[in-house]
Design a protein around this ligand. Structure first.
Ligand SMILES: [Zn+2]
Length: 77
């Protein structure tokens, strides 16, 4: 069953996201934005969520990658 995640959750499925998709931590609502990267993990700007290292976790609460939810309705800034 693949319905154990919220509809918008990433759940490790990289086919759900694009290189520019932003994802939000379901625990603390921290947003990972590929356009900004991640200073905490020294992730350079422009790094897609799917390219983050496997050991990457939420810089705010240490939540796992798979616990991030896809943010829909991205503004095409
Ligand atoms: Zn978090």
């Amino acid at each position: 069953m693949s319905d154990s995640f919220f509809a918008g959750s990433y759940g490790g499925d990289e086919t759900k996201i694009t290189d520019r998709t932003r994802l939000e931590c379901k625990i603390c609502w921290h947003v990972y934005d590929p356009a900004e990267g991640d200073d905490y993990w020294q992730i350079p700007a422009g790094t897609p969520f799917s390219k983050l290292p496997d050991h990457w976790t939420c810089p705010n609460c240490d939540g796992a990658k798979a616990g991030f939810m896809v943010l829909s309705g991205d503004a095409d800034a």
